[in-house]
Design a protein around this ligand. Structure first.
Ligand SMILES: NC(=O)c1ccc[n+]([C@@H]2O[C@H](COP(=O)([O-])OP(=O)(O)OC[C@H]3O[C@@H](n4cnc5c(N)ncnc54)[C@H](O)[C@@H]3O)[C@@H](O)[C@H]2O)c1
Length: 353
């Protein structure tokens, strides 16, 4: 299979981790520690190529992607020196990309908007990856429409509804293009950890009465979430976590606050309370710390390669095995093991034939 040509919509922290990851793993000859799938569908990370990028911040627009990923307000850690990529960040349309809360952090460029569909087409992009802030509801759909017009597959990492919205999935189906989303899962994810803990406990006969999982982060995205999409994110996470219990319990899961000095770090707090044999009480009170942007890297590498497989096989509409494997809000929720199984089967059956 030829290289996967990717366009990045939003050159924020996740894009930084993605581009640095390509450089980091591109250099490795043997060890791919940290990658879930060094090879997927016959493709390695060396087969992923970024061919276009869009942003609205004046510190990024007009710059080579290698420079833009390290521009403020990005604060994902630097793990690789990235040589010039030859990809210049182009000015996309702002729409609702920047909220009131982040207007003091993002410096909006005065450059003219490019024709995004045309830019996608002329770059040869095959997969457009939406990495806009989570509150960018309108902009996310606008870029999805640009991908449709350009004939690109679309990956929606944001919690906005595209792949899980039947009407949007149908638009992709009608255009003969694949779409995957919504809201990317993390490699070391608090939602997956929460679900696994609850499943293990309930499987052993523990009756969970109450549980919550709350996050504190310092990336621009945490501030945007606090301001604009906290309720949507909380609904997605809560629904996903609650689905891991075979009975009803008090469940709350979702991002909560922004602490600037944490930079790109995220602290997640878990509380689980329940009872077991003869009503004996049990409690779990746990703190879990990660760095946010790298948490998206391995999953995004898997998704873009899987979308290449989908394109080669002329899959259209929401690609369910990719959605359930890599997203918190797929069109249909399935247990973690089923998602894994569906994805593995999809790659096995469709790659290299
Ligand atoms: N581990 C993770 O970081 C993770 C996991 C799951 C989902 N996500 C989702 O991925 C998305 C990106 O996260 P991030 O941390 O990189 O965010 P970020 O705020 O660092 O980056 C967003 C970028 O989009 C740019 N932008 C804003 N409006 C734009 C527009 N109209 N056109 C083009 N560019 C625009 C901003 O200038 C910024 O560079 C979020 O929606 C987040 O919820 C991230």
């Amino acid at each position: 299979m030829s290289k996967v040509k990717v366009a990045l919509i939003g050159v924020g922290n996740c894009a930084s981790a993605f581009v640095q990851g390509l450089q980091y793993y591109g250099k490795q000859t043997e060890s791919c520690v940290g990658l879930r799938n060094p090879q997927l569908g016959g493709l390695t990370t060396r087969d992923i190529q970024v061919v276009a990028a869009f942003d609205v911040d004046k510190r990024k627009v007009g710059k080579d992607l290698a420079e833009a990923i390290f521009a403020a307000p990005n604060n994902a850690p630097k793990v690789a020196d990235v040589p010039a990529t030859g990809v210049t960040v182009q000015k996309g349309s702002l729409l609702d990309g920047v909220g009131e809360c982040t207007r003091s952090i993002v410096q909006i460029s005065g450059a003219a908007d490019v024709n995004v569909a045309e830019a996608l087409r002329s770059s040869g992009a095959e997969v457009a990856v939406n990495l806009l802030p989570s509150g960018a509801v309108e902009a996310s759909r606008w870029y999805a429409a640009q991908a449709l017009a350009a004939g690109c597959a679309f990956v929606n990492a944001t919690p906005n509804f595209v792949a899980s919205d039947a009407a949007w999935a149908k638009r992709f189906e009608d255009a003969g293009l694949p779409v995957a989303g919504d809201d990317l899962v993390d490699q070391v994810g608090s939602t997956a950890l929460h679900k696994t803990l609850l499943k293990l406990l309930s499987m052993n006969g523990v009756r969970i009465a109450e549980t919550y999982q709350l996050d504190v982060g310092g990336g621009t995205e945490s501030l945007d979430t606090l301001d604009r999409s906290r309720d949507a994110k909380r609904a997605i996470k809560t629904q996903s976590v609650a689905a891991s219990l075979p009975y009803k319990a008090e469940v709350v899961a979702g991002s909560t606050d922004y602490v600037d000095f944490l930079q790109n770090k995220r602290d997640s707090y878990f509380w689980i309370s329940g009872s077991y044999f003869c009503n004996a009480p049990m409690r779990i009170d746990l703190k879990f710390s990660t760095v946010d942007a790298p948490n998206a890297g391995s999953v995004l590498f898997d998704v873009v390669r899987a979308m290449k497989v989908a394109l080669e096989k002329k899959q259209k509409g929401a690609v369910l095995p990719v959605c359930v494997y890599a997203f918190k809000r797929p069109p249909q929720l399935v247990p973690l093991e089923t998602a894994e199984e569906m994805f593995t089967r999809f790659i096995k059956e469709n790659a290299g034939h």
